[in-house]
Structure formats: structure tokens, C-alpha cells
Design a protein around this ligand. Structure first.
Ligand SMILES: Cc1ncc(COP(=O)(O)O)c(C=O)c1O
Length: 377
């Protein structure tokens, strides 16, 4: 059977964007989690001054980048000591997420299953499909927005699993998971646990957490500079953890020619060496989350603040709209606000919409004014 790609999730929003864009003052795009705030000036300067253009960059990452990433992991998560050799670079983390099943299948050809959070970033399931594997969703525990209800995993699926994906704080729900329990489950079942921690810096409920706080055996933490440092356009990420898994991924990826450009690696070093810009970004997101939650509440769509991340996961008030698409259309019509209907993140997300608070306060205030003019009874 020929492989058929589904439509790209955000391409489905074109109709809603047209509606939102009809407002005077234009659309306020909170649909995609792409940063709009400026990166650290030193990171931008490093792009132009690294003198790395003429030669091929190291696929694993330069010694400086691996060292900076290891030092950041140690500092941020209070880890004993992370060896730079247990860290390697990726070209932003999306390509890693999409390719992990394919790479791990080379290591364990008899396994063919990817376990991933039922409501999640779509690339976990897409990575399974691109590798010809089964994508098996794992729900959150009842009443929880984050984490995985590990007890619901069928032992037959566990026996076939190449990887268990975890994402805490979660995109889209903002929930946190129990990384220790997930690491323990993975070790007990011989399944590598890949923990996508790209929103770790934006943890609101307690300190940032990493799966590596529970040992590195059988686990890999995945990190990105896209969100932490507003460098999504530069494409720098890294993964760290179990030395054998990291080395296998590193070696396959080197053969495949995956390399972060040298100037981008230099920008990554500058960004990872500074924490003050992340503090400033945290303050921006907190202010916007609180403001927009208030605006939506006043518009009749109450929403709890997330435990982490920069998304509001807003339940569809079922007495007003039949589903997330109709609610998204109302927000586009009334507020010029573009949001993502929750089924873009899995069928179980169909009862919510996701609002990425990436736009500056003056744009969000425009949404506030527009929605305040609309009365709902
Ligand atoms: C949960 C999650 N993982 C990974 C990524 C990929 O980020 P990047 O490829 O920019 O590192 C995203 C981007 O939105 C994300 O939300």
C-alpha cells in the first residue's frame, strides 16, 4: 500500500486565518508555538562571528556546544555531572523526534511500536508512521492533563515498543508528568524512554524537571533552544542521557549527514551560557498567560493556568459550541484570534482549543478589547 501523508496540521487553519484576518488591525496569531520575542543579542552576534562557515561542522556538535549543553543540564537540573560525551546535537528537535523510531528500529528490528502521549505534539505519531511503525497512544491518568497512565499500556504493546515518548511540560495541555515513574517503567520493560523537555524552562509548578534526575540508564532527555532562547529559526537542539543510546543515535546521524551549521552551534553556546534572557522570557509568558486567561474567562471560556509551557488549553464550553473548530471560529470572528483546535493533537483533544501566548501584550490587548465588545448570554 502506498504511504499517504495526512494534511500538515497547521495547513488546516487557513480558513480560520481568513476570518480572523478580516478584523481591522489584523489577525492575532496564537495558533503555532513559534516565538516572536527577540533572542539574546550575544547569540545573534555569534551567528556572524564564529568563523565556522568554511568547514563542515561536527555532527555530534562542537566540543564547545556539547560542553555548554552539559553544563546547562548540570546547572539547571542540579545533576551531579553530565559528561559532554553523553550529549549530542540535533538540527532542532523536530527532526530528532521524527527520526527516532526509524533509528531505533535499526537497533532492534523486531520491535515496531511507538508509545506516545495520546494528546500531544503530532510529530511523535508521525515519526512512527514515517518509520512504518505502529503509533500507540497512551492516555494521561484520569483527571490529569499531563503524564502517562502507564498502567493502561498493553503488555503486548510494551513488548513491541521501540520507545516511550514523554513530554513534560506538555504541548498542548501544559500538564506535568511523573518522569521518575516513566523512567522506572521503561527500565522494567526494556523500553527506552525519550523525554521531550523543550518547555522545561517554562515550568510554573515547582522547579524545572528532567528525566535525568532519575538516572541516565535507558533514558534520553531531548532539549531545544527554539523555545528557551527564541532561536527556532536557527535550529539547535540536543539530546543527552544513556551513553549507549546517545552514541548509537550520534553514529547513525553522522552517517546520515545531520549537522547543525557551525554558526548556529556558536549561537547555541552563547544562548546556553546565559540564563538572564530566559528569566525575562519567563516573565513575558507568565504575564500573557494570566492576561489571556482573564480575557477568555470574561468571554465565557474559563481556563486554568498551565503547570508549565506557554499554552492555554481551553475546554470548549459545550453549552455554547459543539466542538473545538466551532469555538475556534467564534474566537476568530469575535476576537480576530487564531487558535488551534485540540484535535490537531489527537482525537482525545477534540474538546479543547490551544492558545499559544506568543504574541506581545499589545496584540493580546487588542483581542481583549474585541472580545469585551461581544456579549454572550
Ligand atoms: C513538544 C515539542 N517538541 C519538539 C518541538 C520541536 O521544536 P524544535 O524543532 O524547534 O526544537 C516542539 C515545537 O513546537 C514541541 O512543541
Amino acid at each position: 500500500m502506498t504511504f499517504r501523508l495526512p494534511p500538515y496540521p497547521y495547513d488546516r487553519l487557513a480558513g480560520l486565518a481568513k476570518v480572523a484576518g478580516a478584523h481591522e488591525g489584523g489577525m492575532v496569531d496564537c495558533s503555532i508555538g513559534t516565538p516572536y520575542d527577540p533572542p539574546l543579542p550575544a547569540a545573534v552576534q555569534a551567528l556572524a562571528s564564529s568563523n565556522t562557515e568554511r568547514g563542515y561542522p561536527a555532527s555530534a556538535g562542537s566540543p564547545q556546544l556539547r560542553q555548554a549543553a552539559a553544563a546547562w543540564l548540570t546547572r539547571r537540573f542540579g545533576l551531579a555531572d553530565v559528561a559532554p560525551s553523553a550529549v549530542a546535537a540535533c538540527v532542532g528537535t523536530k527532526e530528532l523526534v521524527a527520526s527516532v523510531p526509524h533509528v531505533l528500529r535499526l537497533r532492534e528490528p523486531a520491535r515496531d511500536t511507538v508509545l506516545y502521549p495520546a494528546v500531544s505534539y503530532p510529530t511523535y505519531a508521525m515519526g512512527a508512521e514515517l518509520a512504518g511503525c505502529r503509533a500507540v497512544p497512551v492516555p494521561a491518568a484520569p483527571g490529569r492533563l499531563g503524564g502517562l497512565d502507564l498502567g493502561t499500556i498493553d503488555p503486548a504493546d510494551a513488548a513491541r515498543a521501540l520507545v516511550l515518548w514523554s513530554n513534560s511540560p506538555s504541548n498542548p495541555t501544559g500538564g506535568l508528568g511523573d518522569l521518575g515513574a516513566e523512567a522506572t517503567w521503561g527500565r522494567a520493560h526494556g523500553v527506552p524512554v525519550f523525554s521531550d523537555e523543550c518547555y522545561a524552562e517554562f515550568t510554573w509548578d515547582g522547579p524545572p524537571r528532567s528525566v535525568l534526575q532519575h538516572g541516565s540508564d535507558g533514558v534520553v532527555a531531548v532539549h531545544s533552544l527554539s523555545k528557551r532562547s527564541n532561536l527556532a529559526g536557527v535550529r539547535v537542539g540536543f539530546y543527552a542521557g544513556d551513553p549507549e543510546l546517545v552514541e548509537f543515535l550520534r553514529a547513525v546521524r553522522q552517517h546520515a549527514g545531520l549537522m547543525v551549521p557551525g554558526p548556529a552551534q556558536a549561537a547555541g553556546v552563547a544562548a546556553l551560557s546565559d540564563d538572564a534572557h530566559v528569566e525575562a522570557q519567563r516573565a513575558r509568558y507568565r504575564e500573557r498567560l494570566a492576561y489571556l486567561a482573564g480575557v477568555l474567562g470574561a468571554y465565557g471560556c474559563p481556563v486554568a493556568l498551565p503547570e508549565g509551557g506557554f499554552y492555554l488549553w481551553v475546554p470548549v464550553p459545550s453549552d455554547r459550541w459543539p466542538d473545538a473548530w466551532v469555538m475556534a471560529e467564534a474566537l476568530a470572528t469575535d476576537g480576530g484570534l487564531l487558535v488551534s483546535p485540540g484535535d490537531l493533537y489527537g482525537d482525545d483533544g477534540a474538546g479543547d482549543v490551544r492558545v499559544a501566548v506568543v504574541q506581545p501584550m499589545d496584540r493580546l490587548a487588542l483581542v481583549g478589547e474585541r472580545l469585551a465588545r461581544v456579549r454572550h448570554g
